[in-house]
Design a protein around this ligand. Structure first.
Ligand SMILES: [Mn+2]
Length: 289
């Protein structure tokens, strides 16, 4: 297993320049940096070449994350919108390959965060999503990219809330580069057993997000049984990325989308955030290996 972190831990706005985080995260003990793909269309090719060069220089791997905006919803009833989403992803996949990023995870099957008031038809949406995901999978395969379908809690999505729904979706798409993806924060809300949920994804798990129930960095003495979670991942033979996705800072679009209405970091400085992440990845590497 390789251990990573999502850049947004330090940021209040989505996107931005991830290059400085490569060196920083390498120094903190990470193997992987997960970067946002939602703003790739705004960036020049030179940015992606720089990501690749700096990552290689520091022995770091890169993975991609995206919570699709409504205009990139593959389950939409609007064909023109879906065509536009394919165009957006075609550009993203090109740039991912340029940067040496071979996997992207998130609610790629739908959009995020869902506006539940706008109404939806889960069954029909899921059928459309599966049909369109097959097309997206072939586009991604041309660039050597794997698509990871992240199971989200009920307050952020409706199509895939539990591991069994994730596995069902992935099996229905039936493409080798479409995988399931779990996140302990979401599982903590929805699953009877986090361990059984992990077991269910044997053979289909493509990315694994970790975080405490309140999205702090994983650590000892928490409500999550990290030892049992690590054992379950080993039991199913998971050899992919374990990416921590802490969100502890208020403010900006990140704080708003993640629903952070108090300062979970308790006024932590950037240096203190760094130490927390460093201690957390050290702990996970000890427990999961
Ligand atoms: Mn996640």
């Amino acid at each position: 297993m390789k251990f990573g972190i999502y850049y947004a831990y330090w940021e209040k706005e989505w996107g931005g320049d991830c290059v400085p985080y490569i060196k920083k995260c390498s120094k903190l003990g990470f193997d992987v940096l997960e970067v946002p793909c939602g703003d790739f269309h705004t960036k020049p090719e030179s940015y992606f070449k720089e990501l690749k060069n700096i990552a290689e220089a520091h022995g770091m791997l890169l993975s991609g994350g995206y919570g699709p905006r409504p205009e990139h919803n593959l389950a939409s009833t609007d064909n023109a919108l879906v065509e536009n989403a394919f165009k957006f992803y075609a550009d993203v996949f090109n740039k991912m390959e340029m940067a040496g990023i071979d996997r992207i995870g998130g609610a790629l099957y739908s959009y995020w965060p869902v506006d539940f008031a706008s109404g939806f038809d889960k069954k029909a949406d899921t059928e459309r999503s599966i049909k369109n995901m097959r097309i997206l999978a072939d586009m991604a395969a041309d660039h050597g990219i794997t698509l990871c379908m992240e199971s989200l809690n009920r307050f952020e999505g409706y199509m895939i809330n539990e591991a069994y729904e994730d596995v069902d979706y992935v099996k229905a798409v039936d493409k080798p580069n479409v995988k399931s993806m779990l996140d302990t924060f979401h599982m903590n809300i929805e699953e009877d057993s986090i361990i059984d949920a992990i077991r269910l994804t044997k053979g289909t798990l493509g990315n694994f997000h970790v975080g405490e129930a309140n999205r702090k960095c994983p650590g000892p003495g928490s409500r999550m049984n990290w030892e049992a979670i690590g054992d379950a991942l080993k039991e199913i033979g998971y050899d992919g990325y374990v990416i921590m996705e802490p969100f502890v800072r208020m403010g900006g679009k990140v704080g708003q989308d993640i629903s952070i209405w108090r300062d979970i970091s308790k006024g932590a400085t950037i240096e203190e955030l760094d130490r927390d992440a460093e201690n957390s990845v050290k702990y996970l590497k000890e427990i999961f290996r």
